[in-house]
Design a protein around this ligand. Sequence first.
Ligand SMILES: [Zn+2]
Length: 769
Amino acid sequence: MRKNCARMLALVLVWLVAFSARAAQTTVSGDSIKSYIRVLASDDFMGRGTGTEGCRLAEEYVAAKFRQWGLKPAGEKGTYFQPYTVQFFRLNAEPVLEAAGRRFVYEEDFEVLRFSGSGDVRAEVVWVGQGLVDTSSKRDDYRGVDVRGKVVLVAREMPREGGSPMMDQPSDSVRAAAAKAHGAVGMLIFTPPSESRPSRLRGRLSPFDYDPSFVAATVDPRVATYILKQAGKTEQEINQMFRSGRGQSFATGVEVHLRVDATFDPKRATRNVLAMIPGSDPKLKKEYVVLGGHLDHLGTDFRGTTYNGADDNASGIATVMEVARVMMANRIRPKRTVIFAGWSGEEMGLLGSSHYAAHPIWPLEQTVVYLNLDMVGRGNGKVRISGKYYGPKVWELMEQALGDSLKKDAEPQRGGPGGSDHTPFLVRGVPAFFLLTSGDHPDYHQPTDDWDKIQPEVCQVAGEMTYRSAVALAQAPGALLEADREAEYVFRHAALAFLQPTWLTTGLESMSQHHIDVALLVPRVKPQAGLSEKLEVLVRAADSLREADRESEEFDLATNPAELRMATYRGTLELLLGVRGQDFDWDEAILRNLARLDYRVLVLSDSDGVWTDGRELTERGKQAVRIANETGLLLLLENPSPAVALSLLSATSKPAAVAGLEGESLREEVLNAVAKNRGLLLVPYCPREKATDVAQRLNALKPRLGSDHLGLYPHFRDPKLVSLARSIASELLKLGWKREEVEAVLGSNLAQILREVSVEREMTIQFRF
Ligand SMILES: [Zn+2]
């Protein structure tokens, strides 16, 4: 449904005239901001869904205001716009799913997968387990069933404890492709529930494999259970099927009715809006201060409900507009160029700001800061400003600029990627701050997020903060562009793991000051002590860390691999408890209970004649490995001889971490064994070394093991090594490593491997509608 252009322009003109009288005011006005919100969030703009007429109208409106106030165009070819395309998908009517006489509820029991085709299918359901075909492992979940013209029911893999259900498994698209290849006309897919992760309905196919006639939906496990029960399966059998997911495909005899009516446009046009006040300093005008917010929202859904998005994010773009207006009204002649941006595509996944960051009209290397406003229209009057950890110098200037009057309303936060349009800037090393008003946003993503609920006094505070910060940063003398910003971002964002076992009693404060994010701690146990005394020490060590966790914001006892991933967002020092075998005399009963005491790592070092005879693992060593595998302890092998490393790697059934091998010891057969084990090879580094040399060693190992199986191993317990780790990260980027690869080596591989060794706790499924 396209409205005609003349009507659209007429609307814009009406809105422009209605509020132009305020243009003379020279301070940020909450009422002005609310007046723009009233326009953008009116029903005429139909919720501003990216790629719809409503969003186009918003783009025109924002650009027209910029023009009216005298800002220069900063888009492509002398315009106010940066056009790009999105993969547009929307449902035109309420989808239908019925099975064996039962009608399911949309968004409660099932959801259409994004980029599903359309159709009205009535067909038999065929259970195909995980729906995978892999010729190399001779796996074929479609063996023995004929799915032509039918709908397949597919289970994703069981999520692992602490893991994401979507990680490490073939995508829904892979399963859809297998279904289509076998002639199926539709797919119902679900995630089996586990204790750690509830099942979620959302999912998507790849838009690149779009098939207009293949319909696909995610269903709640209850729906899958219902269908399988209709097919005569017991609850116990169904639990078993969910868990194993393979080997028993069969036609259920149950008919489903699945109806999807959707529109897909692979290249729907949309635009970012860009305007500027050019800099006046001959040198600094080539540097940029960028302010922005998204102008799109969720649009109108298939039920005809319009999501006006007054707070999200008419408030943010309106505040950016007001700052632009006031800078013009005050005839500010900034030294640096100030860019004002309105992004589209945010609600579809930060598409507009990502497009700009990938195709910057004004170079990102010259961009000193990006200030993002998203949802600043309601709340308690305080403003959360996130990003100081990633841009400490810029934050210092901003804080000064706020002055005492505004500082009391600012809530500075560590910040980080995710959640809004600051992300594409931040990950490329541009200091980026995200302003969001504090307090509840009760109508978030609801059709009730309307303009009349906007609190002008709240917008005004956010607007003044933005105005003062932007002016101060645009005018600041001296250099604001720091060297090597992307490496600094990667290093700060990574969870830097310091896997040299450290005595529990020493140096926690100094570690957290030095940006160490994960530390491996071992209790100090007197070798001559008796067994019960040693056990006592181990128990007390865990207790004291639990207490530190409770009492301090700075430390967190990592009992779950997911917590290691969180380290980087929380800014806590994640403490990982480890123990050496000799510290409990390799006592089997203690070993079996370590995981329950929150120990996560079994350190194997100093050949003591019990677990290894110096050449290979002894029987007791092998038994310890078995128990560690069973109970979910990570094996960390320190500075072994190649022979002992080989012996351990052949004994363990789970991935292990091997630390300290270098030079001659990194023999072909050892590398092969690590590759086969899919564990971690921890490359040592010490203060005397040059970052380039360590980076070269990692780079040489990458083709053999992949960046997923490499880590760093500090040779000493010296926090100064942290700055060396930072330089290593920088060198790896220069060698062409991706950001994620560098972060993996610095720490996230450790979280991954801990997840793999951790023991799954499965959940018995009981479903009743
Ligand atoms: Zn938003």
